[in-house]
Design a protein around this ligand. Sequence first.
Ligand code: ADP
Ligand code: MG
Length: 699
Amino acid sequence: MAGSNEYEKNILMPVKFLRGIGEYRARALTRLGVQSILDLMELFPKAYIQRQMNTQILNMNPGDRIAITAMISWKDIRVTASNRNQLNIGISDGRAMLVCTWFKYPKSYEELLTQGSTIWVSGIVSEFNGQLQLIHPDFELIDNDSTDDSFWKDRPVLPVYPLTATFSQNMIRKYVYNAFWLFATYIEENLPPQLLAKHQFPNRKDALQMMHFTTHPEQIESIRYRFVYEELFYTQILWARHRHFHITQTIGISFENKKHLTTQLFQSLAFTLTNAQKRVIREIFADMTSDRQMSRLLQGDVGSGKTIVTLFAMLLAVENGYQAALMAPTEILAEQHFGSISRLLENIPLKICLLKGGAYKGKAQQKEEIAAGEINIVIGTHAIIQADIRFARLGFAAVDEQHRFGVEQRAKLARKDEHPDLLYLSATPIPRSLSMTVYGDLEVSVLDELPPNRKPVLTKIRSNAKIDLVFAETRKELAKGRQVYIVCPLIEESDKIDLIDAQRLYAHVSQKVFTTSRCAILHGKMKNAEKEEIMHAFKDGEIHVLVSTTVIEVGVDVPNATVMIIEHAERFGLAQMHQLRGRVGRGAEQSICYLIEHFPISEVGRQRLATMADSNDGFLIAEKDLELRGPGDFFGTEQSGMPQFRFANIMRDQAVLQIARNDAFEIIAVDPEFVMPENAIIKRTITQQLHKKEELIQY
Ligand code: ADP
Ligand code: MG
């Protein structure tokens, strides 16, 4: 017991207590996900520098992502035709030469990069006039006196950490070293002995130290595996327990298929349901008419018609004398649902309301009517799960964009009243083979068919050099009164640069390109209210061109928007590009998506763009995405709508996920309360990390 107290006191202590860190830097470290000393120990390098020169240049090809150590053999600073400085260095591994080029750089580089120094560079190889080249590589000079800390000074391998502007590599290296020097003895194991033995994992302390202090980076993949496993194992343990108690303890409502409202809806539809919609409605009704509480995920690509399916489930609850609710992550999405559901129910006399957060006129009355059971269907934001909202009899609830809500919020909804049946909606297409594992305790229904007569979005790949032609074509669409999205990527590790980029592009298009159209910018640093206001204005047609980072609302429906321009498309993941493209093609007009590629582009990047141009099928794209991400892809792009893990990448690590899931479910089947001594460590870990639960299961 004393041991576990020590643990609390030490390793989970805020990093600001570590020598040389303090308040200010501690705050900057939170941007790297580091709060405690343990977090710092779990801040894994994104690459490793071999101090020794490697002779690899001869084997390189354009498009390769490389990292090498070599010597600077010459330096050349010239002024280009456009009166800009350009810095070139030639680096040699003794057998071949590679040129590194900077078009934009801090003046200090000119002094820093001197002939004869040893340098580590990393980037994507391109080719210019038959010469291999790296443009704007990551680099680090590795002269002996560049690492002032004596520990790192003679190490054959140096870790390269993710950084923010506040830190240099040497600073983080020093902090990490200090953290282990002072606190390594407090690192505790978190996997039970039988699993360590089964998978032949190193203990946690050794594994953590190897991640930072390895002298054999080629072995890191096998060490990293342990961390991926433990992270996934714990999410699966939580799911397994959740499911176990849910099945054994929760009794839901058994609805009766009375058919009068659902039949009215069916008959009033202006279209026929797709076969996929019919099948999914049957799956949902089977759940709802049983006495188990439904927990079902409804997956369907953008435009597959999830709303109408949800509405059938709502009416089943309502015709049984219950209320139904739909919760959306933002007001704008809630309003949109309210609008479309009101229209679908035009001829069916039910009372529906739009419930929002905060105080507004008429809210008190809404609350009373919800509590009295006078309102049949409530559509709203998080307000729905707030304590002051009481339903008379909530029988069914749906959650749109379910990944945007936390576990706690889902749990609140699940516990309301008589355990309403729950349907979670998701537009993130993930391969079927994966969905059960990713979504832990949920049953899954898939809408794998789009309604007929859709005009698929035309997708065109254009080089950045031809951007003016793209703008010219876009101007024609604007002249027809249509609207345009332009999206810029999030640049890894420095959302500052990202912001500038979106802003620079916005300045450019609004002042130079689309001068007669109303333009606006949307980015992650804006307040939610401000973002919603801009989205509203765009939806209402007051803004014609919306320049944004990737924050544009996934579910927002603007049928008049017909052009999507994705800048630096080569930097986006396939799933994310597919989501973005889904913002257009929602009206009767032909829509176009331009993927703007910037040089240099990797082979995988090229294939991703080609896949986008070839296919509009979200599931096929997701499969391809999986295929293109080989193991050991440290640079995988973020998946929108996918749970974010600290160590694991759900696409890359799905084999580990399956193994961890089996282990977890086996343990829970036998010992759900962790009374067996060998499982004590699981119980302790869950208790200690309970504050991180939201992080562990974010979907
Ligand atoms: P999403 O799955 O993206 O939420 P929606 O439910 O918003 O999709 O549906 C997109 C559009 O398709 C809506 O305008 C809806 O009325 C229409 N729709 C839904 N089902 C069908 C169908 N079977 N046939 C024709 N149109 C349909
Ligand atoms: Mg929708």
